[in-house]
Design a protein around this ligand. Sequence first.
Ligand SMILES: [Zn+2]
Length: 433
Amino acid sequence: MILRAHTVVTMDGSPIEDGAVRVRGQRIIEVGKFSDLAGTDEIEDLGEHILLPGLINAHCHLDYTCLRGKIPPPQSFANWVRAINAEKTKLSAEDYVASINQGFAEAKQFGTTSIANLTAFPELIAHVQDPIQTWWFAELIDVRQRVENTTALSSQASKRNEIVNRALVNLKNTSRIGLAPHAPFTASANLYRCCAEIAERDKFLLTTHLAESRQEMQMFRDAKGPLYEFLREIGRDMSDCGGTTPLQAFLRTVQPRRDSSVRAPRGGGSEPADGPSESPGAMPPWLAAHLNELTESDFDLIAKIPRKISIVHCPRSHAYFGHTDFQFDRLRELGFNICIGTDSLASNDDLSLFAEMRKFYDRFHFEPQKVLEMVTINPARALKQCDQLGKIRRNFLADMIALPFTDPADIFETILNFVGQVPWIMLHGKIDL
Ligand SMILES: [Zn+2]
């Protein structure tokens, strides 16, 4: 089949006017000017449309699609955690399955053809038919499993393994597997290490929430505040708090231990520690969501990470919470691969990556083409799919969308300004009707 469109935005060079894409099976086999693509293939002429790669959502929780509009913007992050926990007690397994299915349908309508989806319920995956390419990340939390004394450490370790293994049993029938220890305030250092070891061994992806809220910073830096108190009350071991930062707590747990001086300072100093004195060692390529709360010492530290992690920014969820400004320019200059995600509908209005791109553009005035890379090329790299996704290119998967061609002035601005349901989608070489 040959697809013809007014303009083909390949994300692999300049847009092609009167462009065409030859698709065979699930893959793209040729891209160029329509006049240059010879042959007898059936022609699907999209007319006055822009053909572009399907979008990739780098951070989402479809479990909570049904919580849209249920939780007003909170006074504090700890209050939001309490509120979502209260909402979750009202939901059954059937509700979650319906919520995930509804989320998939909505994401697809908005032109998302691949998604990094965190689920707190890997056991429900078997009951869901994912209509778009999905990386299922099992979201893991062990905050309530306090160990009272050191003699229980071995049983603690086996419990962490048990949590991960149980999730893996439920993920075994999916081909795109990831592990997501939730955040340094809800997942123990041992759980992080266990996930990192298994991911390294079995080549799974890793994601986590990191340095999202002021209260998370307050908890790790000052050993106090609403999030600190909330977690202490539910039984979290708080001895890792005080004199550190969320990023330092994370790096301390996931980096190979080369420096014995890298330990959590105890006892509530008001200033963050300087962090490890040595350059951090190699670490798996984490996909870290948020990274809003970074101190100067954090910036010094991440500048030395030799194998850069990817970062997901969720513009509208960020605005909902009123988080500290995202340090986009500094992180980009440091060479981080920065992606855009929607987060869940417990803190967002819908699953449109176009709306996320517009929100991002309004705040940072970054080139529209580069913003589009944050939902195509960049997440493809984060998901280790550089040779498959994010571009219209020979041998790539034929996951594409088409949008009306309305404004000849700037094709990328036209794309960012698209509102509504995407009129045409191709998934793995099949036109989705
Ligand atoms: Zn999230």
